[in-house]
Design a protein around this ligand. Structure first.
Ligand code: BMA
Length: 376
């Protein structure tokens, strides 16, 4: 038996010297982006993950724009470690986003988060550049049309310039760009957005993805972005998941979004699907040397009062995810005549359960995450 194969020695040497270590994909990434990337990586190695909430500081189920307020904080006593924000309608020059969040306030919330060493992620439900309707207008051909040479390319570039200017304005007190987890063309294996499976070929989507990241990095010099590749939760194998994958040089985190619907009796099946999809995601992440995350999740109105500790937490704890993000506590939506929220508010039947979730050793909210990064 050969014990010291030269190949094994070589591999061990390279590994110990970081040659195969996971690295941020942008070779010109800012110091701040590299630090965040490494801290996220370390978190996964400690088998912990950040807990995030969309629009957390802007509004909750029974309130809007109250300084310092947060449904997560009301229940747990602590802010989330990660904040999600949405850019839809910025590209149209509007002052408020699709969910009525003023972009100026959003910038302040992002600066607040960064000052407290919390993390920020951005999604963008881009308006359909062909029809001028919103992201859910699934008219085919829009992805092809935004590619260089396509008839809507100039419009798309103008959209990207608005987003780039917004990001460019997100600076910390030292004047450095705040690192952002950016999730282009999210849920791309679904059929509900114009960049979904019904609307484009995988090749066109990959080209649009690469164009977007290259443009922001190279033309707009935004080297503060950590790129999160993201799908829905119905993929059954790696090739379905990788439908729009632009290549390892463009991506830092692989992720999917997942929601439970219907009766609490569906919780078991939801948990099983989560487990199965996380196992597949882990294989893909390992193969591509990327981090993994659940970029959006939730069960609207949390009708299962043990959902966080019983349905979700056992599976999230089983895999090395960097973070999860619960979707927004919109409250009552007059347009849809229904309530939408994913984190229990004070007085909600699942409040105690969310407190229990908060106390788990692996869930990092703002204070735990701060302690973890400050050890560096
Ligand atoms: C959806 C819902 C919508 C919202 C959109 C973009 O999932 O929450 O109400 O407009 O996200 O944030």
């Amino acid at each position: 038996m050969k014990i010291f194969s030269p190949i094994i020695i070589l591999v061990a040497y390279f590994m110990s010297n970081g040659v195969f270590a996971q690295k941020i994909s942008d070779s010109h990434a800012t110091k701040e982006a590299i630090l965040l990337y490494n801290n996220l990586l370390k978190t996964t190695q400690h088998k912990k993950y950040l807990v995030g909430h969309q629009d957390d500081l802007a509004y909750g189920v029974h309130w809007k724009y109250k300084n310092g307020k947060s449904d997560v904080k009301d229940v747990t006593g602590d802010y989330p470690a990660l904040y999600g924000w949405e850019l839809a309608d910025l590209e149209l020059g509007h002052d408020v986003n699709i969910d009525s969040v003023p972009f100026d306030k959003m910038k302040d919330y992002i600066r607040f988060a960064d000052k407290h060493r919390s993390v920020v992620t951005i999604s963008w439900h881009i308006n359909n550049p062909v029809t001028g309707k919103n992201a859910w207008d699934t008219t085919a051909g829009a992805v092809k049309a935004i590619l260089p040479g396509g008839e809507k390319h100039a419009i798309y570039v103008a959209y990207l310039n608005k987003v780039a200017a917004f990001i460019q304005d997100l600076k910390d007190e030292k004047g450095e760009l705040i690192p952002i987890l950016y999730r282009p063309f999210h849920e791309l294996t679904g059929n509900w957005f114009w960049w979904g499976v019904q609307g484009c070929t995988p090749e066109d989507l990959q080209a649009a993805y690469r164009f977007t990241v290259d443009y922001l990095r190279n033309e707009r010099q935004l080297h503060n972005l950590i790129i999160v590749y993201n799908t829905g939760d119905r993929f059954t194998n790696a090739s379905e998941f990788l439908r729009g994958y632009p290549g390892d040089d463009y991506v830092d985190v692989v992720s999917f979004d997942t929601y439970q619907y219907g009766e609490p009796s569906n919780s078991k099946a939801f948990g099983e699907n989560l487990d199965h999809k996380l196992a597949l995601l882990q294989q893909i992440a390992t193969e591509h040397n990327k981090m993994m995350a659940v970029a959006e999740m939730g069960y609207n109105k949390v009708p299962d009062r043990k959902w966080f500790t019983q349905t979700v937490s056992p599976f999230l704890a089983k895999y090395p995810i960097a973070y999860t993000l619960f979707w927004r506590n919109a409250g009552f939506k007059p347009k849809d005549k229904e309530e939408e929220y994913y984190v229990p508010y004070k007085g909600h039947p699942a409040e105690e359960n969310f407190k229990g979730y908060y106390k788990l050793p692996e869930t990092l909210f703002a204070n735990d995450w701060q302690k973890l990064v400050e050890k560096d």
